[in-house]
Design a protein around this ligand. Structure first.
Ligand code: SAH
Length: 221
């Protein structure tokens, strides 16, 4: 009985999140609103922090990492202008929540995470949700995943000191990448577009992400 009460409560919290944190701001892409209205965010958060699942902020997921704020997931996904024929590359699987949102809208998602335990957890949740169009890898994502490149869309969910060259190289012609770039304490979410040989960079908003650690990211301490 309690279980059911909690379930219904999460359904209501999810409805409110979509209305008050997303639609009431500037999230207008119906695909994004629908995906975020359907994926149970609480399943991606360890029990200790689960009651915070629909809070308007990033929430810890253990191992010093966080699940991004719902609005941040939404705006990044909206900036990608996703289509159901897109192949997407994600760096920083983390909880797998952003992965699930991408997988709901796009054709295929390739996601890389450097912490094996997070990949294992994310795999299990996506399996439970019946999401099958995701390919996982445990590795340093700053070098991309050349084998399946080029990617129509690339999303980086950790803060980078610079835009890794490998990622720009693996972006398809006409592709879009979103990536937080800047010092460790605060970054600027950048939208990077590729047209032929040309790369366009547009700053979108200020943000704060955990560090992107890797060969073309920050050094591990
Ligand atoms: N999208 C995730 C965000 C997780 S936080 C979510 O909403 O749950 C960022 C993640 O990036 C962390 O799990 C961290 O371990 C991972 N990360 C950091 N540097 C990385 C790298 N070079 N390659 C792959 N993953 C990386």
């Amino acid at each position: 009985m309690f279980g059911q009460t909690y379930q219904q409560d999460y359904v209501e919290q999810r409805r409110r999140m979509v209305r008050d944190q997303l639609a009431a701001r500037d999230i207008t892409d119906q695909k994004v609103l629908r995906a975020m209205g359907s994926i149970p965010r609480e399943k991606f958060i360890p029990e200790r922090w689960r009651s915070e699942a629909y809070a308007d902020r990033a929430v810890p997921i253990g191992l010093d990492q966080t699940i991004s704020q719902p609005y941040m997931v939404a705006i990044m996904t909206q900036l990608l202008a996703l289509d159901d024929n897109h192949k997407v590359f994600e760096i920083g699987t983390g909880s797998g929540y952003q992965t699930a949102i991408l997988a709901k809208i796009a054709k295929e998602v390739f996601t890389v995470e450097r912490i094996a335990e997070l990949t294992e957890r994310a795999k299990n949740v996506l399996k439970e949700l019946g999401i099958t169009n995701v390919h996982f890898k445990i590795d340093d994502g700053t070098l991309g995943w050349p084998e399946f490149s080029p990617y129509d869309r690339i999303i980086v969910t950790a803060g980078a000191p610079n835009i890794p060259q490998a990622l720009t190289d693996q972006l398809a012609d006409g592709g879009i990448m979103v990536i937080p770039v800047g010092p460790m304490e605060h970054q600027t979410l950048m939208k990077v577009s590729k047209r032929g040989e040309q790369i366009f960079k547009e700053p979108i908003l200020s943000c704060r992400f955990v560090k992107l650690i890797g060969k073309q990211g920050w050094e591990d301490e």
